[in-house]
Design a protein. Structure first.
Length: 276
């Protein structure tokens, strides 16, 4: 067995989502390697898998995903992160023999440039640089002279991403987190939280994960801003042939009853977790 790990991040109110995802990975996904769940300290649970507790200072539990870059995860080779608001459709094949150990693999966040990830536009980043000039110089040295903050480069999505543990630098991750935490609300009032920080760390050093990992189910892609429509109940009729994992987005996550096609499947996996 290879020394790789699949990682989920949960919290107290999403333990059932963790269980459903784990069962999907072990059965439909045929995942034979380790699974680790990152949870906030103090979370009560009855999970069978290894749990790593995050003590990051967080706002609404939005930043625990950054814990995947903790030195603890260096005990594995390849690390594959997957959000909970997903359905696993087929055997997971990460194509590791063709991956570069010095790249992070993630798919484009098609509608969002990098400046969308932050409360202030990247074009006005000089205000932020002035605010924290000393910190910025140190951080800029970490990511090189061609900092993505200088333009509006297309961002990648962190619902699923893959990287080798040799890329882990926990000290650097904490610097980015502490420095950028106040600025990670998006300009439309939402929050992508750790996604912006991970983009800053790896935007210049990433490649495409692959089309078999679908960032956004077709219903969400077609109706992203029609939240009330989605909540009335919608059936996803798209064909996901040759796809391995399907990501929905929180408002249309498979644990919601209005996700008419995928909610029953999600529930079935949850009910069978105890049998693993």
């Amino acid at each position: 067995m290879s020394n790789n790990v699949m990682v989920f991040v949960g919290d107290q109110i999403h333990i059932d989502a963790v269980k459903s995802s784990i069962h999907q990975a072990r059965t439909t996904g045929n995942w034979k390697d380790d699974i680790v769940v990152i949870l906030p300290e103090g979370t009560e649970h009855d999970l069978k898998e290894e749990v790593f507790y995050s003590n990051l200072t967080v706002v609404d539990n939005k930043f625990h995903k950054l814990t995947i870059f903790n030195e603890y995860f260096k005990k594995w080779d390849w690390i594959f992160f997957c959000d909970l608001d997903t359905i696993i459709l087929d055997k997971i094949n990460l194509n590791l023999e063709n991956r570069n150990e010095r790249k992070l693999y993630a798919n484009p966040d098609g509608r969002k440039d990098l400046d969308y990830q932050f409360m202030i536009p990247v074009k006005e980043i000089n205000d932020l640089l002035t605010y924290t000039q000393n910190n910025w110089q140190r951080l800029a040295n970490n990511i090189g002279d061609k900092t993505p903050l200088k333009g509006t480069a297309s961002a990648f999505q962190t619902c699923m991403f893959l990287f080798h543990s040799s890329m882990i630098n926990w000290k650097r991750t904490k610097e980015f987190y502490c420095w950028l935490n106040p600025f990670t609300a998006t300009r439309n009032g939402g929050t992508l939280a750790d996604q912006g920080i991970i983009n800053l760390m790896y935007l210049l050093n990433h490649e495409i994960l692959g089309s078999q990992f679908v960032n956004r189910c077709q219903v969400v892609a077609d109706n992203f801003y029609e939240l009330e429509l989605l909540k009335k109940g919608v059936t996803d009729t798209a064909d996901y042939k040759a796809r391995q994992i399907l990501h929905f987005g929180w408002v249309f996550a498979p644990w919601h009853e209005w996700n008419l096609r995928w909610h029953p499947i999600w529930c079935e996996h949850l009910s069978k977790y105890k049998d693993l």
